[in-house]
Design a protein around this ligand. Sequence first.
Ligand code: 5GP
Ligand code: MG
Length: 179
Amino acid sequence: MLEDLERVLIDETQIRRRVRELAREIAIHYQAEQGGLTIVPIMSGSIIFLADLIREIPLKLKISLAHLSSYREGTQSGALEPLVTPVKDITGRHVLIVDDILDTGRTLRFIQGLIRGLEPTSLRTAVLLRKPAKAPPEIPVDFVAFDIDDLFVVGYGLDYADVYRNYPHIGVLKRELMP
Ligand code: 5GP
Ligand code: MG
């Protein structure tokens, strides 16, 4: 399974520690708010991050999955696939979008716009990773676990051609596999 990987960028111990810290920040932010919290995870890349994050947030919350995909094969951004199911429990609630990575911002621009139109009480975004070299400044992200260089990474939910999501660390894909 590891023949496509060049090195580990962030190991599972570092991830666990930082995700716990981020969950604490999020819990502190929402514990004083009136009204319910809905988490909107962007499938499939956020699955592992989501599972670890929400178990460290001791608040009542609902989950409404949004299934969007932009990297269909390999490492190049393709067309965004449409939402598979409509997001629910948005209007009049505090909404937190959870995604794996902010790269070009196309995915988050789309989903933030869609959710804003459904009139949540507030809208915030949490990402596991951000590539500051590429992330457009006009896309608001409120909670970021790690800033990384402009590398193609896999593991901890992130895939390469649909595999490696179950790799427990965040690893860098071998350069020769990058287009
Ligand atoms: P954006 O729309 O911001 O360009 O890209 C967001 C989506 O592209 C992410 O949710 C993720 O699925 C995918 N993506 C962007 N960068 C990477 C990366 O380095 N590795 C992996 N595996 N997926 C990425
Ligand atoms: Mg994604």
